[in-house]
Write a protein that binds this ligand. Structure first.
Ligand code: ADP
Length: 494
């Protein structure tokens, strides 16, 4: 019986093809990057064809490396960078413009115009987001406005839009299936997160013809079959979710109030809220995934500068050689010596939304040392995480249960212990920290019945280390109050 699970983990920088066994154990992977294009300041593109080529190749290479017969692959799972937008010609399958990446800001004017016209409330109520160029809608609008005859052709049904999951599914099925999953659709700003349909009013606001949009399907279940050209056999595409949703799933966050945080260059905390779609004016709602005809919700946002603060100390201030050295430095002193570091290098994102803030260290005295700087930098990741999680707790009326962690900086034991202390909850680091790919493996395995349900997955999921809170309440709240004061002082500098 087919027992392997193939995953395409399509990230912003590159794609990873991964093979898992029927217990969700990673066997092998292959990874390759694609070229990034920055045609103007603030613009960011990739080649849709290159993304497809690299993603297919790394999956094929993973199958080769594993030395398995493709007949033994039970299913394919896909996870992808969210919001990223491709529009292609329905007849030829050729993109009509480069893929516009989530971080591209070219939709700023389109968004500002809609905010000025007073549409933010409508968008917020229907999608749980706030109008912002990150989401797909303004990227679609830009392509339809700027590629010759695109609007006309879209209205005539000659073009198709997709997030990357949809684009890969279309290519893998040779154009037979044009679909995407709920978690991806919910990041377009065109999808009604409560009624679970493409929203006619939102489509009108953005002037996007419905016929270009993919069918929206549950994250678990058969989307279609890969054409035999690619792996020699047809493989069912059985699980699909955007990267942050997949990571939440791969962290087995299935209990209301359990959350994950990915500590990379930036950090992305996400809290599982189950059947509840909390109202959030700060735009924190996201559809976690769809399964068994229903969706589950989550709340989350990005901390713009997380691990990058460590890179900055390493590369620009040169106080240590390797990011990992920050751990020993921070642990060599008993406390931060009153030093707080607000890394608002590009302003503050959610929940502060203060673009005019700039980075700041405060509490410097003649005795301040580089060890204290390293410690204050690490602590800033933990404080920023609490800022966001507290906002989510408030919006959702749900108490944080535990925090599962991944990403490069989650390897820092000092940071993880401090995070547990400042949140006053357990911080749990898994054995397999590639949680995005693991989530796609779990989703696809459920889709074909390799896994029965979330309970079984919880049993398969393995923790590597649990950090229990050790700090007394008085110290914790005093430190956090000082952090909040520092954040206030960093605001509106520009
Ligand atoms: P991304 O996927 O965003 O590139 P990664 O998950 O690979 O990020 O994590 C890299 C980031 O984590 C870098 O910003 C780096 O400074 C930081 N980092 C890596 N290892 C450590 C460590 N041991 N302690 C603190 N920060 C670290």
């Amino acid at each position: 019986m087919a027992k392997y699970i193939l995953v395409m983990d399509q990230g912003t920088t590159g794609s990873r093809g991964v093979i898992y066994d029927e217990k969700g154990k990673k066997l092998v992977y292959d990874y390759e990057e694609y070229e990034q294009f920055f045609p103007h300041s603030g613009w960011w593109e990739q080649s849709g064809n290159a993304v497809w080529d690299v993603t297919l190749r790394t999956a094929q290479n993973a199958v080769k490396k594993a030395g398995i017969d493709p007949k033994d692959i039970a299913c394919l799972g896909i996870t992808n960078q969210r919001e990223t937008t491709t529009i292609w010609d329905k007849a030829t399958g050729e993109p009509i413009y480069n893929t516009i990446v989530w971080g591209c800001r070219r939709g700023v004017d389109i968004c500002n115009d809609l905010i000025e016209k007073g549409y933010n409330d409508t968008v917020n109520k229907k999608t749980g987001l706030v109008i912002d160029p990150t989401y797909s809608a303004s990227k679609i609008r830009w392509i339809l406005d700027n590629v010759a005859h695109a609007q006309e052709r879209a209205e005539a049904g000659e073009l198709l839009f997709g997030n990357i999951d949809s684009w890969l599914i279309y290519k893998l099925t040779k154009g037979k299936v044009h679909a995407e999953d709920y978690s991806n659709a919910a990041r377009t700003m065109l999808f009604n997160a409560h009624e679970l349909v493409w929203d006619d009013e939102l489509l009108e606001i953005f002037n996007v013809p419905k016929c270009i949009l993919p069918e929206v399907k549950p994250s678990v279940g058969i989307f279609g079959y890969t054409d035999p050209e690619f792996f020699g056999v047809e493989i069912p595409i059985a699980g699909v979710a955007g990267d942050q949703s997949a990571a939440l799933f791969g962290q087995a966050c299935f209990d209301v109030g359990s959350a994950k945080n990915t500590y990379g260059t930036s950090a992305v905390p996400l809290m599982y809220t189950g059947d509840v779609a909390p109202e959030t004016e700060k735009g924190l709602l996201t559809v976690a995934w769809g399964k068994d005809g229903k969706v589950k919700y989550s709340m989350g946002a990005s901390i713009l500068i997380a691990g990058q603060v460590i890179q900055w100390l390493r590369d620009k201030v040169n106080i240590f050689e390797n990011a990992a050295d920050s751990e020993a430095m921070a642990e060599s002193i008993p406390d931060n010596g009153g030093l707080f570091f607000v890394p608002a290098f590009t302003g503050l994102g959610a929940p502060h939304w203060n673009p005019g803030a700039r980075g700041m260290m405060i509490g410097i005295t003649a005795g301040t040392t580089k060890e204290q700087m390293a410690r204050a930098a690490l602590e800033s990741m933990a404080y920023q995480t609490r800022d966001l999680l507290e906002e989510m707790e408030k919006n959702a009326g749900i108490k944080l249960k535990e925090l599962k962690v991944d990403g490069g900086a989650a390897q820092n034991d000092f940071l993880m212990q401090f995070q547990a202390d400042i949140l006053n909850c357990d911080v749990v680091r898994p054995k397999d920290t590639e949680t995005t790919a693991l989530g796609a493996c779990y989703l696809a395995g459920l889709g074909v019945g390799i896994f029965k349900d979330e309970e079984e997955l919880k049993g398969l999921w393995e923790a590597e280390k649990v950090f229990h809170p050790q700090m007394d309440a008085e110290t914790r709240e005093k430190l956090y109050a000082q952090w909040c004061k520092a954040v206030e002082k960093s605001k509106d500098w520009l």
